[in-house]
Design a binder for this molecule. Structure first.
Ligand SMILES: NC(=O)c1ccc[n+]([C@@H]2O[C@H](COP(=O)([O-])OP(=O)(O)OC[C@H]3O[C@@H](n4cnc5c(N)ncnc54)[C@H](O)[C@@H]3O)[C@@H](O)[C@H]2O)c1
Length: 547
């Protein structure tokens, strides 16, 4: 890839700006800001227009005052990097840079950019000087050096630290800086505040930076916008003034009438709330891993057990982890907390047991799924090496196209190491960029924990299920996408042309379907589904009685 061009996922090429473009771009934004000020609008800069920032920017730009007039003018700020610059021209054309299943996203961005003219995007940091509010939505990654050992890793702070510096160099002293990025607890008070204060003093500003923290609970999927705008928020400020400013800002842009704000005393408390919230979720998922294995070995169907327990209102959030736990947040957030305790907060002892263990269990659960595929094929006398395996579902959860840290990815990497020939189908995913970009993502030479991965670079996500099924030896149902819930065993086997191994990783198959696959001569296995053996025996008995 040329380093002067940034290519969007759809393949559109956008030249990276040259030095002489900056002045013109700055003047363009300055003109727009002057008009916005005449219209009485507050100027909000959103740093980082990724999954969260792009939609948050649009929500703020869509805000109206009590008289129905737009009350905010939003500038989406983005580094002009080869990897991300394309998001700027896309937003400026009124096109969403994030592909969301939520039908509200595209029209909202289009409306704000082209009709209301309350949203623009740029790469020029100098525009920060116009901001009344800056929202930080850049990423904060946790890099793991080893699979299944979250303690062996580190927080990649560079992008965030760069943002703190660049903001402090440009903003007005009274600008509110709202950190929405999920940070390691202590970051706002012990990293951002001293760094920004130092720059303020260098600039001769005697007041302290007005820092606040409020984390996102955004959920990719059909409720994308609502999960930001119409949802409960927690916030905090570094001092009384910052707290007051963040509360009144969120009251204006978020639906706090219906979803009241929780205001905490200090940023470390709201930062910790986010980490505990996601570690709790990761832990209840990890907890099911051992009971899933228990069920497989003792004739128990874990899906029926979970359903029975969920009837009790206090236990209604019990969930099944499928072939591993992915998404951008759950695999890393606990790691941010464990890392912060030592590296930001300065403790030398080790108080964490459950949080890292939960992440390690979740990160390696997909290895068991791959083993199950191998076992199922072995029971049919088919070696895994060179076996054609079709995986249904690439994303980390049902009915979304987000593939970040998905269980399917690790399972496929392991299956590939075992020598399997992989095919993938997913109705929501165009390109599985963790594979196509595996040489660079997340760091050169750091992403891949397995051997025999080279050909996965060319892994294509198939859209035609019938085509994908032809001639396969194993079918892995990895994600509960709606499309996969009603697949008919007779139809599948007719298309494939012969009995296959069917591996259900997410409790998708009911007993009738399991029975039918077995009657059709297939081998069936499922994560947590020990009762399949019983169904198999009953099918065998019926065959024997017929003979
Ligand atoms: N995606 C989710 O589902 C989700 C949910 C809740 C919370 N969060 C949190 O929100 C934060 C952002 O996540 P995301 O999914 O939007 O990440 P992302 O990678 O999609 O977006 C981050 C954007 O910031 C840009 N950026 C990086 N450094 C910059 C800089 N110095 N100046 C300007 N732009 C810069 C990047 O180019 C990128 O476009 C993370 O902390 C994440 O944990 C995400």
């Amino acid at each position: 890839m040329s380093c002067n061009v940034s290519v969007s996922p759809e393949g559109m090429q956008y030249p990276i700006p040259e030095q002489e473009d900056y002045e013109r771009e700055f003047l363009r934004i300055k003109g727009l800001v002057e008009n916005a000020k005449v219209a009485g609008q507050e100027i909000v800069v959103v740093m980082g227009v990724g999954f969260v920032g792009a939609v948050m920017a649009a929500i703020v730009a869509d805000t109206v005052s009590s008289d129905g007039k737009p009350s905010k003018f939003v500038i989406g700020m983005q580094r002009p990097s080869v990897r991300s610059f394309w998001k700027i021209p896309m937003i400026n054309q009124g096109i969403s840079p994030v592909k969301a299943e939520d039908p509200e996203v595209e029209p909202m961005i289009k409306r704000c950019v082209l009709d209301k003219r309350t949203l623009v995007a740029t790469y020029v940091y100098d525009v920060l000087q116009f901001a009344d509010v800056v929202i930080i939505d850049v990423q904060l990654d946790y890099h793991k050096n080893e699979l299944g050992n979250v303690r062996n890793g580190q927080v990649e702070m560079t992008a965030l630290e760069e943002s703190f510096e660049v903001i402090a160099r440009h903003i007005k002293p009274e600008t509110l800086v709202l950190i929405e990025t999920t940070v390691a607890p202590g970051t706002t008070e012990q990293v951002a505040f001293p760094a920004m204060k130092k720059i303020f003093r260098q600039r001769g500003i005697e007041t302290d930076p007005l820092l606040a923290h409020s984390y996102e609970r955004v959920m990719p999927g059909r409720e994308y916008v609502a999960s930001i705008r119409d949802f409960w928020r927690v916030c905090s400020g570094i001092n009384e003034e910052a707290r007051h400013k963040v509360v009144s800002f969120l009251n204006e842009v978020i639906n706090t009438k219906k979803f009241p704000l929780t205001v905490l005393d200090r940023p470390i408390e709201s930062e910790t709330a986010k980490i505990v919230e996601n570690s709790y979720r990761a832990t209840i998922l990890a907890f099911m891993d051992e009971w899933s294995t228990f069920s497989e070995r003792n004739g128990v169907d874990i899906m029926k057990v979970i359903k029975a327990i969920r009837m009790r209102p206090t236990h209604s959030n019990m969930i099944f982890p499928g072939p591993g736990v992915g998404g951008y947040c759950l695999p890393k957030d606990g790691g941010l907390g464990v890392w912060a305790y030592k590296h930001i907060l300065g403790f030398e002892d080790d108080i964490f047991k459950i949080t890292p263990m939960a992440i390690n269990i979740n990160d390696t659960r997909s290895l068991h799924a791959a083993q199950m595929v191998r076992d199922a094929l072995r029971n049919m006398n088919i070696p895994i090496a060179n076996a054609d395996v079709l995986v249904l579902g690439a994303s980390y959860r049902e009915d979304v196209g987000d593939t970040r840290y998905s269980g399917s990815e690790i399972m496929i990497r392991r299956l590939s190491e075992m020598g399997a020939e992989i095919r993938v189908h997913d109705p929501y995913v165009e390109q599985w960029w963790e594979f196509t970009n595996q040489e660079e993502y997340p760091q050169v030479g750091k992403s891949v924990f397995f051997r025999n991965q080279k050909k996965l670079k060319d892994l294509e996500v198939k859209k035609d299920l019938n085509e994908a099924l032809k001639g396969i030896m194993a079918l892995v149902i990895a994600v509960r996408h709606e499309t996969y819930l009603d697949l008919d065993p007779d139809n599948i086997i007719k298309i494939v042309g012969k009995p296959i191994a069917v591996i259900d990783c997410f409790g998708v198959l009911d007993d009738a379907k399991i029975k039918r696959y077995l009657e059709l001569g297939c081998e069936v296995k499922g994560l947590g589904r020990g009762h399949i053996r019983r169904i198999k025996e009953s099918v065998k008995r019926t065959w024997e009685e017929k003979d």
